[in-house]
Design a protein around this ligand. Sequence first.
Ligand code: PEP
Length: 265
Amino acid sequence: MSMKKIIIANWKMNPQILDEALRLAKGLLARSLPKNAEIVIAPPFVYLELLKKNCGKEIKLAGQNISFAERGAFTGEISGLMLKNLGCDYVIVGHSERRYKMGETDEMINLKIKEALKSRLTPILAVGEREKDDDIIQILTKQIRGALGGVEASEMSRLIIAYEPVWAISRPSADIASALSQTASQCPDTPDHALSAALLIKKIIGNLYGADWATNLPVLYGGSVSEENASDFISQNGISGALVGAASLELEKFVKIIKAAEINE
Ligand code: PEP
């Protein structure tokens, strides 16, 4: 049985102006988006409301982050309920840039997953090793166990995991003036390796929650996915879609990635 592929655009801290964010979203809407793929944009928080008004039902929205707390004195934080009330269906939790640049720990990520579930958001838990020769079994096991401590099996149907090897994520251009331009990682991943990591993630989930949850868990791939390689990753049976960074900021490239999902349904 084929499952709907999920393609998520992680815009990170881009674009710098609202008009450009609208142009990108409206450009996507103007294309006939495949009915058999779930298209999600994770924009900076400040664009969520406007995108909700302009994206209709065809494009879903995700927060890029969520507070570990429900409400209160947490200056600069955004709660799960705020995201839900703005129209988000998803939230990315544990992205490597938050783990390693903002110091997020497994404990914080665990609280964030619980806040997301409590707020009726689908968490997209990002996991992945930093270096190519890191011990992937040990790292993914630690990250997944750490993130899901205390999460009930009954909540598993609302979880997505994105495998994002940090060594394969694209790097920002050295030229600060062109903040949008990112170069693909010098160390690209292969579809075979991505698939083996996705199966490892399912095995870890299977050990924690049982084989049925593992089979049904959507595992996405993220790491310099481009219009050229998207099909190679998405076509793998154990990979349910892609989390796309740099290429999602260029309309034509992102449209081609979405088409790859349609073909590989
Ligand atoms: C990401 O960081 O979530 C990501 C997938 O980035 P990129 O596609 O640019 O490697």
